[in-house]
Design a protein around this ligand. Structure first.
Ligand code: ADP
Ligand code: MG
Length: 797
């Protein structure tokens, strides 16, 4: 009889708990690990000092969100659905101490503004129902190690779940069901349940954070006749007809679940549990995770039957339930891992891409294989084509050259032969003429009387001359002929040249195609590496690490990029280090000359350097020396930023102070400031602040005496110059460093001469952060040297 169904998507809100007192002190120097952008419904999860991931939720509730607002966005729509006769679920998921109980279960007896979701939900329900015709009743249960206990009747500690085989509805016939008629009795019931929960947990030697608490509110309402849609066609249904209709009852069930803490208790012996117990404690929560994954993926099989919790919630995840999940997180960067997994749980519950990825994961191996084969084929074909093409070019070029030089040779030979021949003929004719001329002269002298024959002679001479002339003409013609032949030859040479130009163009095109193909190949290679890692983490990782030493520079670049991507994920870091990745990355800094490799490797090292064990490893492998050399040779500010980030992380390790300084770590940091890039300066400032903080701790414990090593290494002038830097990122670190240095009298003289006293005075008066301001003031007023200096200068402080 449900009137309509509600879209079933799980709505997910994320709520950030404010810093608690302990975190305000311990994490004072660190930014929260998340940044909320409620106006965009976005959450940014900082991976480290230089990188963040962004996630979207249905609602983003900041640390300032009021309990009323949380109720309104998370639970009110669900409560309204329950009053309309649907099933509804409100569930809180998160690490212990992040505010699940605060969000759901606060009674708000001292301050009404503090009331949590349960109390407000019941207020809304009671305000909406009619006590004559409707009923509201509740059960309150605890689920611990797969046993369901009745919190309203502690003797009832193994309640069974009954499922209607037809409708699939679950019910708990054994659970106490108490009818609620007013808010006060409900509050008393909750308190009673809490007291029983406390007693039960003491008996079982566990904490409430290990168990799930479930409150079930059954709302049964009778629907008045007039609220029903009219069934008669003419609209004259009589009162009689109305009264014959059975009373319509709408049953809605609200389930509020305060889940066990989501942190893993995978170590046996924690709180006296054996490994088996630990597994059992986790069973319901991990089964819930699996069901949510399966539902989100639209998987055919949802493993509902794997745990009691999922069996209980089957109804709530069915078609008519409205489910709202609030995931609670804390701000501390120390719990980044838990916070991340909570966020991922919430994201899966919202069906984001991460699920698709899980789905694809099954196919990764075969996809990687396919890509691998395709890639090899492409490479082979490319190589083959390239070879054939080059051979063709070479053949054509030699052919053309041979042709041209042969033609040239032939031409020169022919020309020379002709020339010689005509020269010879000509000379001979001339000689003949001369001889004749001489002969004639002679005859003339001899026979002056023979004038008659002279005319004949002249005529003959003339004939000879004209013959000569025509011979010459023929020779000239021949020369012309040869000339035109030469011109033709020249033309054919030109066309041969244009042919080779065309070939050259083709060669260029081919080179361009080759470049493109190589780009694609390198992209595929990166993908392939990533895929092979995802397909088989251990083998994949080893393969990738071995490629860091590949001969081909491109392959090395791909490999180091993949390693860096993996190293950015906290969950991969240990595996990378165990497989020798950190050592390989450090070696790469020393052995490679390529700046891209330096930058990417330094980034990966910086990520790995967030962990204390890795920090020691980096130091013992000569990391400072390698990072310093990398910095000295770097041109790209991003390389410097990564190097500075890595050293800054090392600076925060108490145990490594002396070694780090001894190997030139501080000098290396200071050396990088000349690049001037604000991102680099921020990392340098962070490193100095970290170092100063550790030093200050060591001095306070008495394990360090003497001047600060930062002052020894000449950091003070830069500190003073930048203590009031416009970039708040830089300023905040330096201000802290100044305060730390000022806490030890041995540093006071140097600080006065270096001008740091004025910065301390300024910080104590204008710093925008109250805690730093107070710290500066306290430090100043507890130093006799500073106070004496101020008095000497007649400055009232
Ligand atoms: P969980 O149930 O997840 O273990 P709690 O609800 O017990 O966490 O919260 C842990 C502590 O943090 C409690 O002292 C609680 O009062 C406090 N707290 C949680 N959320 C908030 C909040 N939004 N504002 C102020 N204090 C909170
Ligand atoms: Mg709790």
């Amino acid at each position: 009889l449900y009137s309509s169904s509600v879209p079933g998507r799980v709505r997910v809100a994320v709520r950030l708990r404010p810093r608690n007192a302990e975190e305000s002190v311990a994490d004072a120097d660190f930014a929260d690990c998340v940044e909320l952008q409620p106006e965009f419904k976005r959450l940014k999860l900082r991976k480290n000092n230089w990188d963040a991931d962004t996630y979207e939720f249905d609602e983003v509730l900041t640390e300032f969100a009021s309990q009323k607002r949380v109720y309104e966005v998370v639970a009110k729509p669900v409560v309204e659905s329950v009053l309309d006769g649907y099933n509804g679920t409100v569930m809180a998921y998160g690490q212990t101490g992040t505010g699940k109980t605060y969000t759901l279960g606060r009674l708000g007896e001292e301050d009404t503004a503090d009331r949590g979701i349960i109390v407000r939900a019941m207020e809304d329900i009671l305000a909406d129902v009619s006590l004559e015709s409707d009923s509201v009743s509740v059960s309150y249960l605890q689920l611990y190690m797969e046993s369901l206990q009745d919190l309203l009747d502690p003797t009832n500690d193994n309640i069974s779940i009954v499922e209607d085989p037809k409708s699939g509805d679950v019910s708990l016939p054994g659970a106490t069901l108490v009818e609620i008629r007013d808010q006060q009795s409900f509050l008393e019931l909750l308190q009673l349940g809490e007291a029983h929960r406390y007693a039960a947990n003491t008996r079982l030697n566990t904490e409430s954070s290990r168990s799930h608490a479930l409150l079930m509110v059954h709302v049964k309402r009778s629907v008045k006749g007039r609220e029903l849609p009219h069934s008669s066609q003419n609209g004259n249904s009589t009162n009689m007809a109305k009264s014959l209709r059975p009373t319509l009852v709408r049953k809605g069930k609200l389930v509020v679940v305060d889940l066990a803490g989501s942190e893993r208790i995978d170590k046996s012996g924690s709180e006296g549990h054996t490994l088996e117990e630990a597994k059992s404690i986790n069973l319901s929560l991990s089964a819930l995770g699996k069901c949510i994954n399966a539902l989100a993926e639209n998987s055919a099989h949802v493993p509902v039957r794997d745990s009691k919790l999922t069996r209980l919630l089957r109804d709530s995840f069915g078609g008519t339930a409205r489910t709202s999940l609030v995931i609670t997180i804390g701000p501390s960067p120390r719990h980044r891992g838990e916070t991340t997994s909570t966020i991922m749980f919430g994201q899966r519950a919202m069906k984001v891409e991460n699920m698709l990825k899980l789905k694809e994961e099954f196919d990764y191996k075969s996809l990687a294989r396919k890509l691998d084969i395709q890639l090899d084929k492409l490479i082979m074909e490319h190589e083959r084509k390239q070879k054939a093409f080059e051979e063709e070019i070479e053949r054509i070029t030699t052919d053309t050259q041979n042709q041209i030089s042969e033609a040239e040779r032939n031409y020169v030979d022919a020309m020379e032969k002709e020339r010689l021949k005509y020269q010879k003929d000509y000379m001979e004719s001339i000689k003949k003429l001369e001889e004749k001329w001489m002969m004639n002269q002679h005859k003339l002298g001899e026979r002056k009387d023979q004038t008659a024959s002279t005319a004949e002679e002249v005529a003959e001479l003339k004939k000879l001359l004209s013959k000569e002339t025509s011979l010459r003409k023929a020779a000239e013609e021949e020369v012309n002929n040869l000339k035109s032949q030469l011109a033709q030859l020249k033309m054919s040479e030109a066309s041969a040249n244009s042919e080779s130009l065309k070939l050259r163009k083709m060669l260029e095109d081919e080179a361009y195609r080759k470049e493109k193909l190589e780009g694609e190949i390198s992209m595929l290679q990166t993908q392939l590496l990533q895929l092979s890692f995802e397909a088989d983490e251990v083998l994949g990782l080893q393969k990738i690490l071995s490629l860091l030493e590949a001969e081909d520079a491109d392959v090395r670049i791909h490999a180091v990029k993949v390693v860096a991507n993996l190293a950015a994920e906290e969950s991969n870091q240990q595996k990378i280090v165990e497989a020798g990745g950190l050592t390989s990355l450090l070696l790469l800094l020393g052995s490679s000359e390529d700046e891209t490799i330096h930058r990417v490797a330094a980034g990966a090292i910086a990520n790995l350097a967030m962990n204390e064990t890795n920090q020691e490893l980096i130091m013992s492998e000569g990391g400072i020396r390698l990072l310093s050399i990398t910095a000295a040779n770097a041109e790209d500010p991003q390389t410097l930023r990564m190097v500075a980030g890595a050293i800054a992380n090392l600076c925060g390790n108490d145990k490594l102070q002396n070694k780090l300084r001894g190997e030139g770590g501080i000098k290396a940091l200071l050396g990088m400031v000349k690049c001037g890039h604000p991102d680099v300066l921020a990392q340098v400032a962070r490193g100095i602040a970290n170092f100063a903080k550790c030093e200050s701790r060591a001095s306070a414990q008495g394990s360090k005496t003497g001047r600060s090593l930062l002052i020894e290494d000449g950091a003070l002038p830069w500190i003073v110059q930048n203590a009031n830097n416009d970039a708040s990122q830089i300023r905040r670190h330096i201000e802290l460093a100044v305060c730390h240095l000022a806490q030890h009298e041995v540093n006071a003289r140097d600080m006065i001469t270096g001008g740091a006293l004025w910065e301390l005075v300024r910080i104590s008066q204008d710093c925008s952060r109250e805690d730093i301001r107070t710290l500066a003031h306290r430090t100043l007023t507890s130093s006799p040297t500073f106070l004496a200096e101020l008095r000497r200068l007649r400055i009232d402080y």
